[in-house]
Design a protein around this ligand. Sequence first.
Ligand SMILES: Cc1ncc(C[n+]2csc(CCOP(=O)(O)OP(=O)(O)O)c2C)c(N)n1
Ligand SMILES: [Mg+2]
Length: 325
Amino acid sequence: MPQPPGDPLLRMYRQMVRIRQFEETVSRLFLEGRLPGTLHLYAGQEACAVGVCEALKPTDWITSTHRAHGHAIAKGVSMDSMMAELFARTTGCAGGYGGSMHMGDPAVGALTAIAIVAGNAPVAAGMALGFRMQATGQVVACFTGDGALNEGAFHEAANMAAIWDLPVIFVCENNLYGASTPIAEVVKLERLSDRAAGYGFPGITVDGMDVQAVYEAMVPVVERARTGGGPTLVECLTYRYTGHSRNDTRGYRTRAEEAEWKARDPIPRLAAHLTASGIATEAEVAAIAEEVAAELERAVRFAEESPSPAPEDCLRHVFAEEVRG
Ligand SMILES: Cc1ncc(C[n+]2csc(CCOP(=O)(O)OP(=O)(O)O)c2C)c(N)n1
Ligand SMILES: [Mg+2]
């Protein structure tokens, strides 16, 4: 799927607004009891997904986590299909069987998200091995959290990617917490990107609240992966505005800390740059939010008007029956 045309900064701005409004909408729907299941919201971290995906080609891939909405939107998964997935409707991107943690669409290079923490890292390394063996020139960006870096699966994948110079970029969104655990309690390093030295590839730390910084950091890293230079660990310093998932009253962090991070919100930050540099007027920036709000209204309507899966189909896709014929 080709990238929408236009100024890259405006495109990134729109994408961040789309993610933010998607999260605000689904959060409200969830609290109203209109969505089943659970949610892991991405609000606050938009600059990471958008900056990373802007540096990828449409033919490149991402692998994602339990906090999947932002990654999926940034890579181009349709909000209609994501909304329908959250409503558990057959038009959802996983047929309504998966929910919040199973966002994705192979048609746009977004592997259906994997909610096992770090479970997507070996899969990304495997995809990258496939790309290299078939000389496709593609790369894969593997989104992980800070908590994921302490999982055995991550270490094994990073080491294998290192020894074979695989075209994978490990993007660690360090939002300071793994559920309720502060990262500083479970990692002795100040910079998680220093872990990369242990695998023998570069690691960098970027401001994950600044979409331009993330994008600019990613461009050479993607080029390096694509041209046989191997992986990089990109640590994005960021913050999730809401609790880890439902029922999280955020007792493990202070309201003052939250306010500090929200003062660095990536969306008004880029809006200020767009208007100050003459790329867009204030009215044009405001129009984007209105257009996105209308897009979301349509997505909710699409989801609500879509059919629910039939009870007799509940075991479909559980076993490989169709493959066995
Ligand atoms: C292997 C595994 N262990 C535990 C969980 C439960 N769990 C889901 S998300 C999460 C925290 C992950 O933290 P982090 O990697 O920092 O991602 P974040 O939620 O901050 O985006 C945990 C422990 C899981 N899904 N998989
Ligand atoms: Mg985290």
